[in-house]
Structures are given as C-alpha cells and as structure tokens.
Design a protein around this ligand. Structure first.
Ligand code: CP3
Length: 352
C-alpha cells in the first residue's frame, strides 16, 4: 500500500517545540499536550488500517508505522508524536514468541519460568533485529511538521519482565513476584539483561531521530516501596543512565507510583510522568527540580464535557503555569474514547 503523508516535509526546528521546552523546564506560550496511546483503536483511521493489517504487521512496516504515528498529530493538534511500536517487540529477537490475540492482549509463547530460561536469552544487535523501528522513526521524523517532535520509547525492565514471566497480562503479578523472591539472583540477571538491551534500544531510536525518549514502567505500582527499591530501581537507573548518553530528554513513566515517588524519580528521567492517583501539585512537590507529565484520569474522557473540563482545569490550576508541565493522561487513551473528546482536551489545554 502506498503511504501518503499529507503534511509537508520540513526539518523540525527544535527551538519552536513547546514540548521540548517544557522537558527542559523552559517557559512556553501554552501548556504542551500529547497522549499516551494517541494512535490506537479509538481512532477510526487506525481501526480501518487494522482491518487489513495485524498489530505486528503495522509495527514491522516502517511506512505503515510512520503513517499511524502521524494520524493523531493531524487529527488532534497535539504537541508531540510517539512512534508507533510496542514495548514487547524486543521479545521477538529474544525468542520468547510474541503474539497479539484479539480481545486478550499479548501472549508470550515461551515465558521465562526459571534461571536457565534467563541464561538462554540470546544477545542480539538492536539495530539489526529492531531496525524496522529505527526506519519508522526516520520516516516519521521526516514527515512531522515544525514544532512537533517525535518521542521514541521502550518498556522498563520490570514491566517487560512481568510480561516475560507471566506469559501475558496479569492482575496480580503472582508469578513475577514469586520469581523475584524465589530466584533472586536470576531475577537480577534478567533485569540487568533487559536494562542493557532497553538502554541501547532507546539510544538507537534517538540516533535515528527521536527527539525525546519515554521509558514505560506501566505495572511497577504493584510493588511495595521497599521491593521497588530492592528489586527494580537499580535496573531502571541503569536504563536511564544508558539512554541519557543519547542527549535527548528522558520521560520516566509509571502508574501507581505515588507510594514511592521519590525513589521512582531518583532512578532518573528529566520528566516524571504520574498517574491520576495523586494530585499533580502534590506529586510535583515530591519530585523536586524536575519537569512533570500528566495526569488526567483516562476515564475522564468518557465523562460528560462539564466534568471532563473541570478535571482538565483542575490539573492546569495545580500546575499554575510553572515551567515544566506537559499535559497528558495518567495512562493511555482508552479504546472506548470519542476522538472529539480528546480533541476538546487539546483545545482546552491550549486555551488555558
Ligand atoms: O500511540 C502510542 O502510544 C504508540 C503506540 C504504543 C502501542 N503500545 C501500540 C499498541 C505504545 C506506546 C505501546 C506501549 C505499550 N504496549 C505498553 C506501555 C503503555 C501502557 O499502556 O501501559 C504496554 C504495557 C504494551 C503491551 C501491550 N500492547 C498490551 C497490553 C496490548 C494489548 C492491550 C490492548 O490495548 O489491546 C498491546 C497491543 C497494542 N499496542 C495496541 C496498540 C495500539 C492495541 C492493539 C490493537 O490495535 O489491536
């Protein structure tokens, strides 16, 4: 299929990006806004493409992935794009067997169940095995308009390990925690391997043209503060230190982190992304001299306009125009969301 980019080719002038300015805690004309999962099933154009291509097909094709990356930029007027990919793609070269089943989410065919499984994980060259992601980054970056930078991303060691060990999504993370407590040495070996892999992968995306990088630790909030510090934080710190060598802003995202936010923030990141379980100003006071991203409840986009707008205004009031706030949801856009509601939030944030 021929891919058509309806936006003109231009070299992004980074100085004009309000998103990048906010990452650096510089003052911006209006609050920058983008959404996690801004490309996805809630968008009719995305669903149309998905009728003909599986999610993995979309990811594997740089042209299609770049086209999907651009869809929300055109439709919503957001201040950043995020490359269309998935945090689980590195499981293919790790030979864990990755599948997406409709309605069930990801399935890992050969999950990690003991120390020998960790030992067996193959080392691989990120640019060779995941080169299609870097190609998509190059294409998307070239097609994006002035002032709309491209965010690269990867899964954090804990969240990746949870999928690799559980074999798919989980509510309780029982196998993950059992592995962590029972095979502690193999646990640290696994997270070290994932940290090295992810750190290099993020840096590669930046070399290909990603102008900011986000580390997704989506499920880390299932841990106690003490366990976060012992079993996870050193590995997240390592990823963020490796990625920092790329010289672009780093966003450290987690959900359920309010009980250990200081430790989460001290693992690294120029921007700390927080969910809706903590008021934005309370979170900001605890992370110190750092930019902050968030933190609208994703389900607020399903609320009547008056309630949705009240919640948006409340976050803006708590940010109080201090430099360094990037408006976002506390987690990804829900598939049930109306595109018009997302567009309304962008406009409200921009109008202040
Ligand atoms: O717009 C964007 O945000 C970029 C694209 C993106 C996808 N996945 C595409 C995708 C991003 C940033 C991700 C990250 C991701 N993937 C995370 C971290 C963010 C989060 O939501 O916590 C996680 C945990 C995954 C793993 C994953 N991928 C799951 C659990 C699922 C199935 C759940 C679901 O929503 O169906 C996926 C599939 C997936 N990745 C979809 C998209 C748009 C939906 C699948 C589809 O199109 O059928």
């Amino acid at each position: 299929m021929a891919t058509r980019f309806s936006l003109p080719l231009r070299t992004p002038r980074l100085s004009v990006s309000r998103f990048l300015k906010a990452c650096r805690r510089e003052r911006t004309d209006v609050t920058p806004v983008w959404f996690m999962r801004q490309a996805g099933r809630y968008m009719p154009q995305y669903r149309k493409l998905r009728q003909r291509h599986s999610i993995l097909d979309l990811c594997h094709s740089p042209e299609l992935a770049a086209a999907v990356t651009l869809q929300p930029v055109e439709r919503l007027g957001v201040d950043a794009a995020i490359i269309f990919a998935d945090i689980l793609l590195p499981f293919e070269p790790l030979r864990l067997g990755l599948q997406f089943k409709t309605g069930e989410g990801p399935i890992i065919e050969r999950p990690i169940r003991d120390a020998s499984d960790v030992e067996r994980l193959p080392a691989f060259n990120v640019d060779a095995e995941l080169g299609y992601v870097m190609d998509a980054v190059r294409l998307a970056r070239r097609a994006l308009p002035d002032g709309v930078p491209l965010i690269g991303f990867a899964g954090a060691p804990f969240t990746l390990a949870s999928y690799a060990i559980e074999g798919g999504a989980s509510r309780t993370f029982t196998r993950t925690k059992a592995f962590m407590y029972q095979n502690t040495e193999a646990w640290h070996q696994l997270l070290r391997k994932l940290a090295d892999l992810v750190g290099g992968y993020l840096a590669s995306q930046a070399r290909a043209g990603a102008q900011a990088l986000q580390l997704f630790d989506s499920w880390v909030g299932c841990l106690s503060p003490d366990d976060y510090r012992t079993y996870v934080q050193p590995h997240s710190k390592r990823v963020l230190a490796l990625a920092a060598q790329a010289g672009v802003p780093l966003i450290h995202f987690g959900t359920g982190t309010a009980t250990f936010l200081e430790d989460f923030a001290s693992a690294g990141g120029d921007v700390i992304s927080v969910d809706w379980r903590i008021p934005l100003d309370a979170a900001w006071a605890r992370i110190g001299e750092r930019a902050i991203q968030g933190n609208l409840e994703p389900a607020a986009l399903l609320a009547p306009a008056a309630e949705r707008d009240r919640q948006v205004r409340d976050i803006l009031r708590r940010a109080a125009r201090r430099p360094g706030h990037i408006f976002n949801l506390g987690h990804g856009v829900l598939p049930e969301t109306d595109v018009a509601a997302v567009r309304a939030v962008v406009d409200l944030v921009h109008d202040g």
